[in-house]
Write a protein that binds this ligand. Sequence first.
Ligand code: GN1
Ligand code: MG
Length: 349
Amino acid sequence: MALEPLPLGDTLGFFGLPADLRAAPLGRGLIHRTFTLAQGTSPEYVLQEINTRVFADPGLLDANLRAISTAFRVHHPEAAFVHPVAGPGGATQYRHPASGRYFRIFPFVTNTVSHDTVSDADTAFEAARQFGLFARRLSCLPIDAIRPSLPRFHDLDLRVAQFERSLREGNPDRIATCAALIQRARAQLGIAEGYRAALASGALIPRLMHHDTKISNVLFDARSGKGICVVDLDTVMPGVVLSDIGDMLRTYVCPVDENHRDLNDIAIRPEVHTAIEAGYLDGMGDVLTGGERALFDFSGKFMIFMQALRFLTDHLNDDVYYGAAYPGQNRDRAANQLTLLERFSACLL
Ligand code: GN1
Ligand code: MG
């Protein structure tokens, strides 16, 4: 799909920013389009176009972001936080009238870096600590202060149902050629039972969770490597710790990411696993209960399985959700994640 040009001038004008800022693509997020804005070589702002195919209600996203931003200003002024840039009347989102597209701008936090993979245990500790701190800080808000931006986003039962549906209604050629992968996914369905049992046990407290704790959503100090803060808050909503702990395990323990195609490189790094637990505990402190801690490793299985199902479902549905840089990319990602799940589970035996 051809990408439409940005209405950059109108957007900068709305936010009252200099007209000579130039946009350059940033990062590898799968959902929004993200750019840096710079006059010279150093970025000054980050511009994002909201993906309204995924987030159908941009007004709700904006209201949630403002509620989180206000909570940090009022209750945690000491904490680093990337507040959205405000335009006229305090507006933090711009709807481009001619196209109906939505944009927002953040300041670029100078002297920070982000990573696509975790290089060592210290980085994992720092990231996990930031997500733990974030959850602890948000625990000052009533859970219904943030409305679900994607209802049932991390409901594994929904993801299983969507997978089953893709097997009935998806691309028949892809279903046929993926028989072995589909079988490997089905072999893991016990995880969905474990999820229901965990919910029924009452151990999981409803909390405001980030729901996208991958390493690229943490800013680190460029010099010291210390974690500064977390970003990408569109999926902050009521949930359970399985999501945040699980997505850290999914994306940090393995030296290569979900796009990697040489499955021989998929491995579990025990020292990173230990660092995630230590960092998250350090950040969350006694807000995290013993019952939640006991589900630490299950969280990893839960999230790796859910992501494997989401990629495989999307492949069978002709890549309607994630898109694909080449035919079969989501199948390859599913194979990557199923391999990760099998190796992660084997380490727990
Ligand atoms: C999407 O946009 P990005 O890359 O931060 C997805 C996550 C997946 C992730 C997999 C709203 O996140 O749930 O874990 O891709 N976000 C949404 O890379 O579906
Ligand atoms: Mg992201």
